[in-house]
Design a protein around this ligand. Sequence first.
Ligand SMILES: Cc1cc2nc3c(=O)[nH]c(=O)nc-3n(C[C@H](O)[C@H](O)[C@H](O)COP(=O)(O)O)c2cc1C
Length: 191
Amino acid sequence: MGSPGANSVERRPLQRLPKSKAHRGLSPEPALRQVMAQFATGVTVLTAGGEDAHGMTANAFSSVSLDPPLVLCCVAKAARMHSSIVTAGSFAVNVLAADQQRLSEYFADWRRPDGMAQFDAVGSTPGARTGAPLLTGALAWLECELAQVLDGGDHSIFLGRVVATGRGSGTDALVFYGGGYHHVDGRARAA
Ligand SMILES: Cc1cc2nc3c(=O)[nH]c(=O)nc-3n(C[C@H](O)[C@H](O)[C@H](O)COP(=O)(O)O)c2cc1C
């Protein structure tokens, strides 16, 4: 081993990084929630068909790749949706329209019934490729085969290979921002 010479790096005691003012006094979880609330997202309902059919509101959804066509969604390991997707080996992503806020609230409410009964109150048809319920009135939907499950802390990252897509007739999107729901007028795009 060489002795400290001209090229050796001077060792200084590790410095504590200054805490951001905004985070002082906050535990990391609320701070992260508050920061992530500044990121506007669409709102989806994930669905899975089969013996363990289920639906769940989710905004942790993203496109990943066009070739091959891949998307991802993040689902809490504690959510019933987690085992439903694993059991089905597939899932659908329903992109909600502006007038579907009540559906978002319903599929985020733990009191909704289990299994296919939870879809009785809402219109749906089984996806041709996966059997996952496709919600009537959604702006768009994607059917996915489960390609990979990655560990994401208290969530799992479900990577889905897109096997079918479709669009509804709606134009206005439901958006989640700042902890609340908002609408985006899609017709304004054409103006
Ligand atoms: C706007 C919104 C977005 C949500 N996004 C997610 C998400 O991306 N992943 C997740 O695991 N839970 C998300 N949730 C929470 C679940 O919808 C909620 O915990 C649900 O009751 C879990 O259902 P389950 O345990 O019956 O599957 C979200 C809730 C709301 C209102």
